[in-house]
Design a protein around this ligand. Structure first.
Ligand code: PMP
Length: 429
């Protein structure tokens, strides 16, 4: 018998402890997924416009088959020789700049970022890390210091090594060529050098997804990369959310932003939900890191994970999902712009490929964030069978980031529903 949400919530509190978050006022109890669709315990169907982890679609048959076949044959770790990890790294790095030729595989994006920061320390001999003040890169003791909104009160006092710059905001503080951002990074590098911490790395998502995906022209990160290199630091691009073709124009968002990172971090969509992440870098950087630490991860890079990840790459290529992201993303942006003409509350439309959304404001002149309204819209959409979320510094930007097989028809259903919900939802209560 299906258990009620109240029963499940009570058991979560009892068995999982406090502060375990859920989505929505009335959380979803999902029991099945297929492609871009989800079903709840009552058999109700939802269009998934939010989940980027099932990159090639929920329960994608190619990925499920690859996992089952390898799980039936062998699963072990990287201390034994196996072709799977080699074939995968070869194929993965084949999609990147030739300098990015060596990888370490992990189970999560957090672990991968943790390695990336330690690689920066290994090659620079310094510990100062710079990030934006509205980002998220993961949850290890080291990496959790990067999320200003949720820095843990315990964490071995590592906070001293971190400095922050303003998250770019193309709507409120335009920086069309990226020089303002680069100057802020330069200031923080100077501050790190002055207090003897020294500068090790800048870590950014090249499309600034967690920050609200500001609209930047291609090549926007070039001045920042120059500043980082001139100071002898490492440029880490966290592509956990922006990678694998999400932006529609490029396989990797750093290519769109005109830079080649020294270290690149991968996660979420890499195994379509099977836990696999990774760090890709130049051979000499990986060697320097491994000189100081014989990194081993029991589950990272196991044959089943590599089979899942390989199937994801094959599916992206065979189904031409990057082109699909571009075409559907263009249509989505057009539809969102039409809605913005009709609804005063839609202040700014942004995005590329299958990451898109809009910032909601109570007043277009003052650009005052309509955060509570955005929350009401998201909850109302959930009751209409559309799953999406919000993000950004003010939590007033719709976050729409569906699985990559999302179609024009799916987008039309999303926008027809959004139009109705925005019309019906009061901006002020
Ligand atoms: N980097 C970015 C940009 C992320 O958004 C996230 C997760 N939201 C992470 C890293 C951490 O990944 P994980 O949850 O797999 O540790």
């Amino acid at each position: 018998m299906t258990r009620t949400n109240a029963e499940l919530l009570a058991d979560r509190a009892r068995l999982m402890g406090p502060n375990v978050s859920t989505f929505y006022e009335d959380p979803l109890h999902i029991v099945k997924g297929e492609g871009v669709w989800l079903w709840d315990a009552d058999g109700r169907k939802y269009l998934d416009c939010y989940n980027n982890v099932p990159h090639v679609g929920h329960c994608n048959p190619r990925v499920v088959d690859a996992i089952c076949e390898q799980a039936r044959t062998l699963n072990t770790h990287t201390r034994y020789l196996h072709e799977g990890i080699l074939a995968y790294i070869e194929r993965l790095t084949g999609t990147m700049d030739a300098s990015l030729d060596t990888a370490i595989l992990t189970c999560t994006g957090s672990e991968a970022n943790d390695i990336a920061l330690r690689m920066a320390e290994a090659v620079t001999g310094k510990r100062g890390i710079i990030a934006t003040d509205a980002t998220y890169h993961g949850n290890t003791s080291l990496v959790s210091q990067l999320s200003k909104s949720n820095i843990p009160t315990v964490g071995f006092g590592l906070g001293q090594y971190f400095r922050f710059v303003d998250a770019p905001d193309s709507y409120r503080n335009p920086d069309p060529d990226g020089t303002i951002f680069a100057a802020q990074v330069a200031d923080q590098i100077e501050a790190l050098n002055e207090d003897d911490t020294g500068f090790a790395a800048l870590v950014v998502c090249p499309y600034f997804l967690n920050e609200g995906f500001p609209d930047h022209p291609n090549g926007w990160l070039k001045p920042t990369a120059e500043v980082v290199r001139k100071a002898g630091g490492v440029l880490i691009c966290d592509e956990v959310q922006s990678g694998f073709g999400r932006t529609g124009t490029h396989m990797w968002a750093h290519e769109k932003m005109g830079v080649v990172p020294d270290v690149m971090v991968l996660g979420k969509p890499m195994g379509n939900g099977h836990p696999i992440g990774g760090v890709v870098s130049r051979g000499e950087i990986v060697a320097e890191f491994r000189k100081g630490y014989r990194y081993f991860n029991t589950f990272g890079g196991n044959p089943v994970s590599c089979a899942a990840a390989m199937a994801v790459l094959e599916e992206i290529e065979d189904k031409d999902l990057v082109s699909n992201a571009l075409a559907v993303g263009k249509h989505a942006r057009m539809r969102m712009n039409q809605l913005a003409k009709k609804h005063e509350v839609i202040g700014d439309v942004r995005g590329s490929g299958l990451i898109f959304g809009a910032e909601m404001v109570t007043d277009r002149t003052t650009k005052t964030p309509a955060s509570e309204f955005t929350d009401r819209v998201i909850n109302a959409m959930r009751h209409r069978g559309i799953v999406l979320s919000k993000l950004g510094r003010y939590k007033n930007a719709l976050k729409i980031r569906p699985p990559m097989p999302f179609s024009i028809q799916n987008a039309d259903l999303l926008f027809d529903t959004l139009d109705e919900v925005v019309s019906e939802t009061p901006v002020h209560l």
